[in-house]
Design a protein around this ligand. Sequence first.
Ligand code: KG4
Length: 342
Amino acid sequence: MSEKRITILGIESSCDDTSAAVIQNELILSNVVANQKVHEEFGGVVPELASRAHQQNIIPVVDLAIKRAGIDRTDIDAVAFTRGPGLLGSLLVGTSFAKGFSLSLDIPLIEVNHLQGHVLALFIRENGIEYNPPKFPFLCLLVSGGNSQIILVRDYLNMEVIGQTIDDAAGEAFDKCAKVMGLPYPGGPHVDRLAKEGDPNRFEFSRPKIPGLDYSFSGLKTNFLYFLRDQIKENENFVEENKADLCASLQHTIIEILLSKLKRAAKETGIKEITIAGGVSANSGLRNALKNNAAKYGWNLIIPKFEYTMDNAAMIAISGYYKYLKQEFTAQDTVPFARTQL
Ligand code: KG4
């Protein structure tokens, strides 16, 4: 007799993407993401506009996710939602929707920590694609617009942050430095593209001296800003004339900072199962550097599919599935939180 399959609807609305996904056990049935273009002209996410856009998007996005999954909403066993961290107004939209959905169908409500979701995205299974999830224990370098952490993952729901940024995140360093070069928001992908044509050793930027496994990116950001300001005084076309080299050197520095602590974490814990998660893990230079280090140090490196590294609801749905198995349900009076640890 076949085991009953658990169907989970996941909702993600922590920042500027409204997303809904359906998962059956670990198998993904649908993952719909609506990006919000409204922030582009402001060079960053405007929280009030983000919550309004979530409000408009949430019903059509959930509707489409259920249709694409080829199921009926009465097939859903539980609804999982991002409780935090994120923008409070944005989180409130997903949280309130999930509460209403759970009440109307009389199914359990499951809160998910957004950061845990990024890590558990590594366990998403796709039809027709070889399934290669990491084995416990493993290390995950979680790098996004809001976080830079090294996480020791002992089990699906047992994770410990062993290193993290004390100020800016790696994605913020990419985006803020890109902004001073006049690149569109978010700047990370533009820096990545331009870096391919530049010399990574042309300019030297400062590296933090932070003890242990923690990160810091604010010094690099200030150093980059002052360097450009001084160069522009001499030559007003400095950025235009050197954009590719600036991007390549900046990216090279960020990658070296990230990898120095990851290598240290691998050495100190003796763990060779290494994974990466979060939006910055799309960076091609970072992926190449990780592959080189994996070959050098004998790591088993697992890099998730691009669409599951960015903010998405599939990662929330799969986290909900593991919590469902442990019957870890959430009360209706639960409120979202803007800041939290794993
Ligand atoms: O995980 P994510 O979608 O959202 C947050 O939780 O923040 O990550 C977004 C971040 C942005 O900072 C963006 O610039 C960065 O990921 N990013 C990249 C690349 N693609 C996205 N950074 C560097 N290179 C990329 N190719």
